[in-house]
Design a protein around this ligand. Structure first.
Ligand code: P61
Length: 470
């Protein structure tokens, strides 16, 4: 038997290795159930990974939302919760952290991102108006539609091509945006909805040059620009890495400049901001803030807690400070990239370039024999779970829902299965296990059949839909 010389990952990739800028103080045991038990669990869950019990999951890559590990400082902050109904000191700490790191004037806490999306949509959209954005996100678009808006995708075409290597696939196509303004008139555009990074495109970033140009175009027409800041810190990493003139600027500094081109932002703090629950909404305009501050008491809670406990706001304020540290972001995205590079090396089709929060498997090329109407990405998520108990998420035809007018499926160009990496939770060895499982499913791909949807909820169907094998 021959023995290969062991090499570190750094050696294998011809560079020095990196390591996480933290050590582990507390662990949570993992459990893997048998293949027969997984078969049973999957049938019970209607082939939908959202409906699995987490006890039946081995490595959970469903999402990076609320699944990150808090630091010892954040846990210590939980003990400093001021649970006053009004004026909690933790709110003022949170307000200060958002102002300092994102630069907005007015801050409202919300229970999570969609709470903030709901409020901004209700206040900033008049029924019948258009909301251009750099690719849809499920909850964002739904809240815009529920407020009477029409979402229009103005992202560059490259974003819809998983093989295109454009370094900023989240960029807005200025011609598309300009044409929309021309067609409907500036008064009919509620605001531009800009997400950095773009989740559904594969965690792809927006360049600073692009946000500046979008800002200029908006300013010329008197249109507001709002950010989805959920993963803006990760976006800043790509600007630092790829955009000329930013290599020596800190992530914190880049985030601040990016936000300075906008009128406000909504945030799911469960991602970048390193908490298990929470969100915020921030705007600069005094009158708009007045309206939002009034509306928040109807849906979330008083404007100094917005659905969060004092302790949650404290953990969030500390999480914001930790989230913009260069070392943290580099190792977080480094881990995602490590998994992506392994899969690329093995010829497995994924969205390129690898994005910030996840590796997205390209289910169209993975299962070319399964037509889109038979849910190839949902099938791939099911197969991965069967192989190894790894949980991933469909981001294709099921997620895209139906066209409000025709009632037919929306058929997105991207049919993806997302392996989402929580922050500070899994090790490099876990990534190896994940990569080997994806490879095993890829090796046996020819014999896999698709799925049929047997139950379809009205809103955000992918969360609770049920499927069976064809
Ligand atoms: C996720 F399958 N994302 O990626 P909330 N904006 C952006 C998000 O990524 C986001 C929200 C707003 C989730 C959770 C989730 O179709 C789905 O705090 C860019 O989740 O309310 C959430 O923030 C909303 C998973 C949401 C989904 C919707 O896993």
């Amino acid at each position: 038997m021959t023995h290969l010389k062991p090499e570190t990952m750094g050696q294998q990739f011809g560079r020095r290795s990196w390591a996480e800028p933290w050590k582990i103080k507390m662990v949570e045991p993992l459990r893997m159930i048998s293949r027969e038990e997984r078969e049973r669990a999957l049938v019970e869950a209607g082939y939908n990974t959202f409906l699995l019990r987490s006890d039946d999951v081995y490595i959970d890559l469903l999402t990076d939302s609320g699944t990150s590990a808090m630091s010892d400082r954040q846990w210590a902050g939980m003990m400093l919760g001021d649970e006053a109904y009004a004026g909690s000191r933790n709110f003022y700490h949170l307000e200060e952290a958002v102002r300092h790191h994102y630069g907005f004037r007015h801050v409202l806490p919300t229970h999570q991102g969609r709470g903030a999306e709901h409020l901004i949509s209700q206040v900033a959209i008049k029924p019948g108006q258009f909301v251009p954005g750099n690719m849809y996100f499920t909850t964002t678009r739904l809240h815009q539609e529920l407020a009477g808006g029409h979402f229009v995708d103005v992202i560059i075409d490259e974003a819809h091509d998983p093989e295109d290597l454009h370094p900023f696939k989240g960029d807005v196509d200025l011609d598309k945006l300009g044409a929309l303004i021309e067609r409907v008139g500036a008064g009919q555009v509620a605001y531009v909805s800009l997400a950095g990074t773009v989740n559904m495109a594969g965690g792809q970033p927006v360049s600073m040059a692009n946000v500046r140009a979008v800002r200029d175009l908006c300013a010329r027409h008197g249109i507001r620009l709002f950010l989805d800041a959920t993963r803006l810190v990760e976006n800043a990493f790509f600007i630092q890495e790829r955009e000329a003139g930013f290599a020596d600027r800190s992530i914190a500094d880049i985030v601040l400049e990016f936000c300075s081109y906008s009128d406000g932002a909504w945030m799911s703090a469960k991602k970048d901001n390193l908490v298990n629950i929470g969100g915020w909404l921030a705007v600069n305009d005094d009158d708009q803030f007045e309206e939002l501050r009034n509306l928040i008491v109807v849906y979330e809670g008083l404007h100094t807690y917005g659905g969060l406990a004092g302790r949650d706001m404290e953990a969030l304020a500390i999480g914001i400070e930790e989230s913009v540290q260069d070392d943290h972001v580099r190792s977080r995205i480094g881990q995602v990239r490590y998994l992506g590079e392994l899969l690329t090396d093995w010829g497995i089709p994924i969205v390129q370039p690898v994005g910030g929060h996840a590796v997205f498997l390209d289910a169209r090329r993975f299962f070319p024999h399964i037509p889109q109407d038979e849910f190839p990405a949902q099938t791939l998520a099911a197969e991965l779970y069967l192989d190894s108990g790894i949980r991933s998420m469909e981001r294709g035809i099921a997620s895209a829902g139906r066209d409000a007018k025709t009632g037919d499926h929306n058929r997105p160009k991207l049919e993806l299965t997302r392996l989402t990496i929580p922050r500070r939770v899994y090790t490099q060895a876990h990534m190896d296990v994940v990569a080997e499982s994806v490879k095993a499913v890829h090796d046996g791909r020819g014999s896999t059949g698709g799925l049929r949807m047997t139950y379809e909820p009205k809103y955000l169907r992918f969360f609770q839909a049920r499927f069976e094998r064809l």
